[in-house]
Design a protein around this ligand. Structure first.
Ligand code: ADP
Ligand code: ZN
Ligand code: ZN
Length: 726
């Protein structure tokens, strides 16, 4: 028996897998100590094979089995990530082993606990105590009730000398224990609801068989209640549950709800935790102390035992894709994990991603629809305002006449307003203020990106560059603008126009510090402000009963992004943002400002017509050859040496060109270019970009070309359907 062992996982940049003899029984996932050159190293067993390709006389034996092994399924999932996303096994395994990195520095926090040694003995002793020992009697009574108590707590309430004398008399004992650093959560009282008909139907369907489900429910249809009911049922049957939510929706409200339902059996993982907190939550999960884990993307790698259900809430959300190394798609990893664990998967959304809805229509996911809002609440009305008309009338401000009127009315009625602008991570595009024309790439059906430093427009899909326009080619007007205004400007305009406005801003700048997020939201909730201006951050999940008006300041910013997904994202964003208005007694209204009022995206969004949007968008993608009907692949080479990067990318291009000649029908596009952002942190960036048919089986061959031609002094990444092509 030969074990393949990957060593030096924590620090190695490349996979180091070696064959070792097994002098004793080891299995896949075991942590072992092996001789490595003149040193000894820790490693994980990734495979057990009959024979080695190396001469067995040259192999050394494993020295020892260690205790921090992983599950066999973890190794399988890591292999899946490694082969599907072109990442090394060490990179993939590191996702599952944050303790390897943190354990050395982060230790469990120790404390003392006082326990009752023996109840009978204590009761007898109690009787012997005379009136002088009032405190000791109180302590014993307290301990008879609680059995054990943290030292800090008991010594705060009773005199130390009394506690110590009880310890000395063998009535109580003091032991060391691990203190758990529990992240702070405000428990909100929220008992389970009586499910309505469509929720019941969803729950029954999901519990009827282990499967992949897509839960398509409009905003406010009560999807959360469905997840929690299914989760409860699973937990009652002794299973564990993983609920994934976008980082941004992991609000105190959401956590409070889950904690109040599932109490101490919940672990929480998100980026706001301190290292110590994360370590403890991870340990809790590993030891099987909890059976519900709620967290952002990376919680998918938590060592949960006995999984019965995985929920991916807001499955359309971009944050489920990791766009730094290792690059992976959480939904696909969740599918694989569900398959390995033989458990159910629920993907939920009001606006499912095109990929997921396509899979549902094909039957790969079982589709569950929840078209009604709870208690038949109406969706807010959406009014589309054409900003080119405003411009023609001489309004050069941020607010349209209609929006200004509505804000005034809402504030006079003592209601609240949310103003939304989509900015984070977005590129600038060029638009005509007078007619709404946008500079597009004639070859790629996406908007061009304005690069300020070079003063040119670039297509991020084909690399073509275009001279900056000075007049609009459609209407010859000179008022061309590069999209760039932010939240600050909106705040100023609102403050200037409305004397009774108390404005609060929520964006990257105002939420840098820990808890800033929660503070802003709670001050808005407490009516310390009546206008909330913000970015994506305010779009999701929040429930403000007094908000009657939502203004979308410039819907074009997201519509004209250089992404084949721009319309899809915009549709989903409008649906989400609109869902913030009119959630309770006051009816809601949405004003959507745009310079492209006739775009199909807005027309369908106005009627909350996801299905029609899906059909239209899906047809377009099929015709223009974009995902899910094609795969976009980018091979990105980075190097400090421009020539090195250039040569490497050229050699890849040549090899893939050969592949294209053999497989013409699979290729829709193949190009080689300097990356749109040609240099980042002093590294030059070049790329081969291709679009190939979705059904093509060339991806592993392309990976192979890259893997077997690793350049020296350069780094290569391969990305599939990257969200960011800069
Ligand atoms: P979604 O996630 O589908 O947008 P939520 O789960 O946030 O919807 O539910 C919307 C609101 O309806 C929440 O305030 C929730 O507490 C409430 N709700 C959900 N189900 C029920 C029910 N069966 N009865 C009463 N209220 C419900
Ligand atoms: Zn124009
Ligand atoms: Zn192009």
């Amino acid at each position: 028996m030969i074990a393949k062992v990957i060593v030096d996982i924590a620090s190695s940049k490349v996979d180091k897998v070696f064959d070792y003899l097994c002098p004793f029984f080891v299995s896949v996932g075991d942590e072992v100590l092996v001789p490595f050159g003149s040193r000894k190293m820790k490693g994980l067993v990734t495979d057990i094979v009959e024979q080695s390709e190396v001469d067995e006389n040259k192999l050394k034996p494993i020295l020892k089995k260690l205790e921090n092994g992983v599950d066999k399924k973890t190794i399988e999932l890591a292999k899946f990530i490694s082969t599907n996303y072109y990442v090394g096994m060490a990179d993939a395994l590191r996702l599952f082993l944050p303790r390897l990195i943190t354990a050395e520095k982060t230790k469990s926090k120790l404390g003392f606990v006082v326990e009752l040694d023996d109840r009978k003995k204590a009761e007898t002793y109690l009787k012997t105590l005379n009136n002088k020992s009032k405190v000791q009697r109180e302590i014993i009574n307290f301990m008879l009730k609680h059995n054990s108590c943290a030292w800090d707590m008991i010594s705060k309430n009773f005199s130390r000398s009394s506690i110590n004398s009880l310890i000395n008399n063998g009535i109580l004992s003091k032991k060391t224990c691990i203190l758990r650093r529990a992240p702070k959560v405000d428990i909100i009282d929220n008992r389970s609801k009586i499910l309505n008909k469509q929720q019941k139907n969803a729950v029954t369907t999901i519990l009827s068989e282990t499967n992949f489900y897509l839960l398509h429910g409009v905003t406010g249809s009560g999807k959360t209640e469905v997840y929690l009911s299914v989760a409860q049922e699973m937990i009652n049957n002794g299973k564990s549950v993983l609920i994934l939510v976008p980082e941004i929706s992991l609000t105190p409200q959401m956590l409070g709800l889950v904690k109040s339902r599932f109490k101490d059996s919940v672990a929480v993982l998100h980026s706001g935790l301190s290292n110590g907190e994360r370590f403890d939550e991870w340990k809790k999960i590993q030891s099987g102390m909890v059976n519900l884990v709620i967290g952002a993307r990376s919680a998918i790698f938590a060592p949960i035992k006995n999984l019965g259900l995985i929920v991916v809430d807001e499955e359309h959300d971009d944050s489920y894709r990791s766009d730094t190394n290792p690059r992976y798609d959480t939904r696909i990893v969740a599918e694989k994990l569900a398959e390995l664990e033989n458990c159910s998967l629920i993907l939920g959304s009001a606006t499912p991603s095109l990929e997921s809805y396509t899979k549902a229509l094909s039957g790969y996911y079982k589709l569950i629809e929840m078209p009604e809002r709870v208690n038949n609440k109406k969706m807010p009305t959406i009014e589309i305002v054409d900003m080119t008309k405003e411009f023609q009338r001489g309004n050069t401000g941020v607010l349209s006449h209609a929006l200004e009127e509505e804000i005034k009315k809402a504030l006079d009625r003592n209601e609240q307003v949310m103003l939304f602008i989509n900015r984070r991570g977005y590129n600038s595009f060029l638009q005509c203020k007078n007619c709404g024309w946008v500079a597009n790439c004639p070859d790629c059906d996406v908007s061009l990106v304005y690069h300020k430093a070079e003063n040119v427009l670039k297509c991020h899909f084909c690399g073509n560059r275009y001279k900056m326009f000075s007049v609009c080619p459609e209407c010859q007007n000179e008022n061309l603008m590069v999209s760039n205004f932010g939240t600050q400007k909106i705040v100023e305009e609102v403050q200037q126009k409305f004397a009774n406005a108390k404005v609060i801003r929520m964006d990257n700048d105002t939420t840098r510090t820990k808890n800033a997020h929660a503070k802003i939201l709670s001050s808005f909730r407490n009516k310390e402000a009546n206008v909330l201006v913000g970015t994506q951050m305010i779009a999701k999940g929040h429930d403000f009963p007094l908000v009657s008006l939502v203004g979308i300041i410039d819907a074009d910013i997201s519509l004209h992004q250089t992404s084949y997904k721009a319309a899809e994202k915009t549709f989903s964003l409008i649906t989400q943002v609109a869902g913030r208005a009119g959630r309770s007694l006051v009816p809601g209204k949405v004003i959507l400002q745009t310079r492209s009022p006739n775009h199909y995206c807005f027309k369908f969004a106005k009627n909350y017509d996801y299905i029609s949007f899906f059909k239209k968008e899906s047809n377009l993608r099929e015709v223009t050859k974009y995902p899910p009907f094609a795969k976009i692949l980018r091979i990105l080479v980075k190097s400090f040496d421009q020539e090195v990067a250039k040569n490497a990318v050229m050699s890849y291009y040549k090899k893939i060109k050969d592949l294209q000649i053999e497989n013409k029908q699979d290729f829709f596009y193949l190009g080689i270019m300097k990356s749109p952002v040609g240099r980042i942190e002093k590294q030059y960036r070049f790329q081969v970009l291709m679009r190939i048919s979705a059904s093509s089986e060339l991806v592993p061959r392309i990976y192979n070309i890259v893997k077997s031609n690793q350049p020296k002094n350069a780094v290569v990444f391969v990305e599939i359907n990257p969200t960011n092509l800069s």
